[in-house]
Design a protein. Structure first.
Ligand code: PEP
Ligand code: MN
Length: 366
């Protein structure tokens, strides 16, 4: 797809292309109250009709009935409506009810068979199709989903960056890992890239800064969740903005074209720093897991009267890890240093376990 076509379907001008509205269409009243204050400030209104919940027992959307509520409101106050589709039945119903744009959610992008079925069901449609990144940081799955849709002849395509799940505790619900969408952009320079700061943040306090960062990185648009009573929302209550907060956010966004060079450097630094934060979190996590295993082994050694220090095991650890580290391009002296520190701490932890066991036996014998 050519860049000028993209600009045409995404609207033009300097304002970012906006998709905003509630996470889910909950009732005719909720939808109307959430959407009316937005219509003048958005290109498409979003609203979940079918909600893929990670665990059962939560609100899963009202389905076709909600599409009728949307259309009733559209007749009174014209706007363009976008929703998520995850099955071929959703596609059929969305097209039957003249939905203006659809997106494929993060939990669907992970499944190539499902993507192929959806792409086939969408064949011949002229509405835009957006593809969210998969839940986990796998660029190839995201690229693959885009290619499958392109092959099916879907022309009005865009990618949505909604962050990536992390098993360790993080500030954001889904850390952005900006490098991945930027790599996608390198592969598809003309594919519009939209940021979904709501699902990245998970909490409304971060949405403004993430939106600004996306614009600084030259994203084409934003998808933001807005609800007239965010705290009462049936899905994603913590990350939805009130309509007033949404309009304030839009007014506060800066187009930094005047300081392009400076902004670019700043954005690149932020991307790299985020990658460092992520790495540090991962190795600290791994270290904590290692130390838990060390303590566990300490207990086994104590119970079976095995000596704490096993020279053979230590020399195997030392040699193999040095090799692994060298293969990864790490400096040998640095790795040796680090390994000695870790080993020292492990011995200390196991010694403590032996001492505690001894003290408790003494207490019993007294
Ligand atoms: C959503 O947009 O409400 C949604 C469920 O998004 P994601 O697929 O990014 O989790
Ligand atoms: Mn949501």
């Amino acid at each position: 797809m050519l860049a000028h076509e993209v600009k045409k379907w995404m609207g033009s001008g300097n304002a970012p292309f906006m998709i905003s509205g509630p996470c889910s269409v909950e009732s005719p009243e909720q939808f109307k109250s959430s959407v009316l204050p937005l219509i003048a400030h958005t290109d498409y209104v979003r609203g979940g009709i079918w909600k893929p919940r990670t665990r059962p027992g939560y609100f899963e959307g009202h389905g076709e009935k909600a599409l009728q509520w949307v259309n009733a409101l559209k007749e009174e106050y014209p706007f363009r409506f976008a929703t998520e589709i995850a099955t071929t039945e959703h596609v059929e119903l969305a097209l039957k009810h003249q939905v203006d744009m659809v997106w494929i959610g993060a939990r669907t992008t992970v499944n190539p068979f499902q993507i192929s079925e959806l792409a086939e069901a969408l064949q011949g449609t002229t509405i835009p199709v957006l593809i969210k990144n998969p839940i986990h940081p796998d660029l190839a799955l995201w690229t693959g989903a885009i290619e499958r849709c392109m092959k099916a002849g879907i022309h009005r395509l865009a990618a949505v960056h909604r962050g990536f799940h992390s098993y360790s505790k993080t500030t954001y619900r889904n850390p952005p890992l900006w490098q991945i969408p930027l790599d996608l952009k390198r592969e598809f320079p003309n594919l519009p890239l939209i940021c979904d700061p709501s699902h990245i943040a998970g909490e409304r306090q971060w949405i403004g800064s993430i939106s600004q960062q996306a614009l600084d990185l030259n994203y084409d648009g934003l998808m933001i969740e807005v609800h007239h009573h965010p705290d009462q929302a049936l899905s994603d209550p913590k990350q939805q903005l009130s309509p007033e907060a949404y309009v304030n956010l839009l007014n506060g966004l800066q187009k930094r074209t005047d300081h392009f060079e400076e902004t670019l450097v700043q954005s690149q630094l932020e991307v790299l720093r985020e990658s460092i934060d992520q790495s540090d979190q991962q190795w600290l996590d791994a270290l904590a897991t290692r130390m838990r295993s060390v303590k566990h082994i300490g207990k086994v050694k104590e119970a079976y009267n095995v000596a704490i220090f096993q020279p053979e095991r230590w020399s195997t650890i030392f040699e193999t890890r040095k090799e692994w580290a060298a293969e990864l391009g790490l400096n040998e002296a640095f790795t040796s240093h680090l390994l000695r520190h870790i080993h020292e701490e492990s011995i200390k932890l196991q010694t403590e376990i032996f001492q505690e066991a001894k003290e408790s036996t003494n207490m019993h014998n007294e």
